[in-house]
Design a protein around this ligand. Structure first.
Ligand SMILES: Cc1ncc(COP(=O)(O)O)c(C=O)c1O
Length: 361
């Protein structure tokens, strides 16, 4: 790492690609001859319009988003979507949720405030260490949508096969795996992702929504909470998170430049394999998730005791590997190795943990 930077294994806000940070630095004082920083720019200016248009187009190219889907940049993080989704998509007042960990749970809680929530599958019985079988869910005919958190950031689970929704709309929280692998957008009615994990600065969510799901009969909903408001106004009904859109746009371009999402997936598989192979061969450390459902992005692991976990966290921090403490709700350790974590960061951490274990023998 350059500039004395640390290997940052944070679950989010998280590491950004260095070439992107360098470009942002170079454009900081005077964006491409505009005489100002992007932070200082009117969102109604021509220069800024080009920034948001490019960001959307580059995301469309990366994910091959079909024309009948809108791309929206909305504030309120991913959390606001826990409410906006049921408020906008529950026509019959009923939705099926799959419970796989902390983030699907938060979404369930909010949806219950809006309508009926049917938890059709759950892995709560084993502390969210696996993805339940979703091949034959009990889905009432009048269900408005089926909801998943496609990568549980805290518990470290990911779906390798999407649920069989039996023709119902699939809604997915992709916050902690957004753009980490190719995604067939047409499999979904709505995809959303808080950007502060794999893409950019905190405070914004990208929503990709099939056009026919955007309703115009929700005039009683607060204006900001209607997808229609954002869709009709090119994500600029009010002042958008201009800075986040600019930074995300840079990351989208960067991902295109390294070969797109297939190339990114290969890199991510390679990095994750390094770490999981180490966990599977270690006697001191062990992964907490069943092999088939392991996340490529968030890797929770434990030692035999909470005391030793804390000792390892302290030792890694002192050695320049930051944010390895597991989430307070599950304990242990967690390495988040998002798109921007270089392979040498994973290699260095694995070597450090191997040496730590060897020195204990
Ligand atoms: C999977 C997932 N969904 C939702 C959120 C909430 O995002 P935000 O903090 O942007 O509201 C997070 C993390 O913060 C997350 O990891």
């Amino acid at each position: 790492m350059k500039y004395g930077r640390t290997y940052n294994f944070s679950a989010g806000p998280a590491i950004m690609p260095e070439p992107v940070l360098e470009e942002i630095r170079d454009e900081m004082m005077n964006y491409r001859g505009s005489g100002m920083c992007v932070m200082e720019m009117s969102h109604r200016s021509k220069v800024y319009q080009q920034i948001i248009d490019d960001a959307e187009q580059d995301l469309r190219d990366l994910m091959q988003i079909p024309d009948n889907y809108k791309v929206l940049f909305i504030q309120g993080g991913a959390t606001l979507q826990f409410s906006m989704i049921p408020m906008n998509l529950m026509k019959n007042g009923k939705a099926v949720y799959i419970e796989t960990g902390a983030w699907s749970n938060k979404a369930i809680k909010e949806a219950k405030k809006v309508g009926e929530v049917i938890v059709a599958a759950s892995s709560k019985d084993k502390n969210y260490t696996y993805i339940p079988d979703c091949s034959n869910l009990d889905i009432p005919e009048d269900t408005d949508y089926v909801y998943i958190c496609e990568n549980e950031t805290i518990h470290g689970l990911t779906y390798n096969k999407l649920p069989n929704t039996k023709g119902h709309i699939l809604v997915s929280d992709q916050s902690s795996m957004f753009l980490s692998r190719p995604c067939n957008v047409s499999d979904y009615g709505l995809i959303y992702a808080g950007v502060q994990k794999n893409v950019g600065p905190a405070g914004m969510v990208v929503v990709i929504i099939r056009e026919d799901l955007i309703r115009d009969d929700l005039t009683d909903l607060p204006i900001y909470l209607q997808y229609k408001t954002h869709a009709d106004n090119g994500s600029m009904y009010n002042t958008p998170n201009c800075w986040a859109i600019y930074c995300c746009g840079k990351v989208f371009k960067y991902l295109k430049s390294i070969g797109g999402l297939s190339a990114m997936e290969k890199i991510n598989q390679d990095k994750a394999k390094l770490f999981y192979d180490f966990l599977d061969s270690s006697k001191m450390f062990k992964g907490t998730v069943v092999k088939a459902d392991r996340s490529l992005m968030n890797i929770p692991f434990v030692t035999e005791s909470a005391e030793l976990d804390a000792e390892v966290v302290a030792a890694t921090k002192a050695a320049g590997y930051d944010n390895l403490k597991g989430h307070k709700s599950v304990g242990g350790l967690r390495a988040s190795i998002y798109n921007a974590m270089p392979k040498d960061g994973v290699e260095a951490l694995v070597k450090f943990l191997k040496d730590f274990e060897a020195n204990r023998k």
